[in-house]
Every structure is written in C-alpha cells, then in structure tokens.
Design a protein around this ligand. Sequence first.
Ligand code: 5GP
Length: 114
Amino acid sequence: MSRTLFEKIIAREIPAEIVYEDSQLLAFKDIKPQAPVHILIVPKKPIPRIAEAGQWDYQVLGQLLLRAAEVAHEAGLGESGYRLVINNGPDGGESVPHLHCHILGGRKLAWPPG
Ligand code: 5GP
C-alpha cells in the first residue's frame, strides 16, 4: 500500500510546521487553517481512521488525546477553549486516510458543525 501524505510529513519528505513530536506522535500546523489555530496531531503509526483502530491501539489513542490537550494549551488556547475533531469516512469529511485529530481554536466555533 502506498504511503500516506502524513507518513511523508513524519518522514520529513514533505515540509510542515511541526509544533510537537515524540516517539509516537507528531503535531503540525494545518496547511489550510480553518481557525486562527489549526493543528493536526497524528500517530506515527499509519492507522487509516478511528474506525480501523484496534484494541491494541488504546495506548497511542490515549496519548493522542492527552497530547492534543497539551498542544492546545501550548498554542495559547488553555483559557479560551478549543475543539478536537476526528473526521471518519466520507460523511465525516475525512480527506487524508491517516488518523489525525484536528485542534481548532482562536475564534468562537459554531455548533452544530456544518
Ligand atoms: P481531514 O479532512 O482528513 O479530516 O483533514 C485533513 C487535513 O489535512 C485538512 O485540514 C487539510 O487542510 C490538511 N492537509 C492536507 N494536505 C496537507 C499538507 O500537505 N500539509 C499540511 N500541513 N496539512 C495538510
């Protein structure tokens, strides 16, 4: 199977503005931001989408959420708040088949989403 766009960012083959990295995760700024702060945090393991994560992925999924909150705080959103979004499949708006969590903030976000 061909490598995903985010695997190429993880491998530094495609440039991105990286804001956080550890052994399991990478966070970088979205190329087409939908809010003043729009960061993607991804597992280095190429899980295609949350629906295809398994029981064995529970540790990295937990880390993804915990680190997302830390990255949001580091980005200055601790007081104002933020939204974490995981799109899954066509109706969910998924466009890159490599699990990622959007960190959005810096403006008032509408609910329900469009
Ligand atoms: P999805 O629609 O799959 O939930 O989110 C994919 C996100 O990846 C989109 O917000 C899109 O703007 C972002 N994206 C697509 N290509 C690139 C890229 O080459 N670099 C970065 N940093 N973000 C990208």
